[in-house]
Design a protein around this ligand. Structure first.
Ligand SMILES: Nc1ncnc2c1ncn2[C@@H]1O[C@H](COP(=O)(O)OP(=O)(O)OP(=O)(O)O)[C@@H](O)[C@H]1O
Length: 267
């Protein structure tokens, strides 16, 4: 098991509650995500949020991004733990929102442009080229989204969010509709992003428990508790503590297979 320590809180939810009329959707959601130091590497956390259909994942997702105001509680981000504002957390939606009439380069530039930071055009081009190279998209920069496969579009959409400079990225079903090879490439991309900067925090909402858990260091199950209304985090698996994080061949590890079975039983 690799040695690690957890440091500052980067994203926290305190007492989140959401309801519509009498219908309680979320209740008492609390957590803290920290940066991680290990073996000469500082990296952010990758968290999977899983739960039955209709349990409240999308609601929590929108609350974490600051787009939806909860009825109770607060979401705080960054080392200064300020209350999240819309736009500070990047969202990669399920149906990758690329601009179809713009090239891949232009789509990536939208990300860099919204980052601010005063880069001139040459510096922006250099940054996009660096990312395209690192993530094997160089040959696609002049193409339009329709000329790419679903998996390639998904990767562009994720990189676009990284280029905005957002350290917090929520991904909605990042593996849906992708074949096995593309899933491998998207997971490799996400792993790389999480190690680029210790403040990079990824939260993955997915029904694909195996692929999500394989790249996560934490899995939360959103579920209900008997006699109580609404959903909350009913189980938190700390994959670092279990020795199941950052292992390249994790899928073949029996303890990981048992973990998946345990998660499925609890859903
Ligand atoms: N505007 C609204 N008014 C009333 N109820 C709502 C509203 N939006 C969502 N809900 C309810 O909140 C609950 C949680 O919905 P949510 O979309 O978060 O589920 P989910 O876990 O993301 O589901 P899925 O996995 O199918 O996407 C559902 O019961 C839904 O009916």
């Amino acid at each position: 098991m690799s040695a690690y320590t957890k440091h500052e809180v980067l994203l926290s939810a305190e007492n989140i509650g959401m309801q519509y009329g009498d219908k309680v959707v979320l209740r008492d959601v609390n957590f803290a995500i920290r940066d991680i130091h290990r073996e000469g590497l500082h990296q952010g956390q990758v968290v999977s949020l899983v739960g039955r259909s209709g349990i409240g994942k999308t609601q929590l997702f929108r609350i974490l991004s600051g787009l939806l105001q909860p009825v109770t509680g607060t979401v705080r981000i960054d080392e200064d733990q300020h209350i999240v504002k819309p736009g500070e957390v990047g969202i990669v939606p399920q149906n990758y929102m690329l601009f179809n009439h713009r090239t891949i380069y232009q789509n990536l530039k939208i990300g860099v442009d919204s980052a601010g930071g005063g880069l001139n055009d040459a510096a922006k081009r250099k940054l996009i080229d660096e990312y395209a190279k690192a993530f094997e998209l160089q040959e696609h920069l002049k193409k339009y989204p329709a000329q790419l496969s679903g998996g390639q579009r998904q990767r562009v959409s994720i990189i676009q969010q990284v280029l905005t400079g957002n350290r917090f990225i929520l991904l909605d079903e990042p593996f849906s509709g992708l074949d096995v090879l593309m899933i491998d490439r998207v997971t490799a991309l996400l792993q790389k992003i999480s190690t680029l900067n210790e403040h990079n925090t990824l939260i993955i909402v997915s029904h694909d428990i195996e692929n999500a858990a394989a790249i996560s260091d934490m899995v939360w199950i959103l579920g209900t508790e008997e006699g109580k209304p609404g959903a909350t985090i009913v189980k938190e698996y700390d994959l670092c503590a279990m020795g199941l994080a950052w292992e390249p061949h994790i899928r073949e590890n029996m303890a990981f297979v048992e973990l998946l079975a345990d998660i499925r039983r609890r859903l």
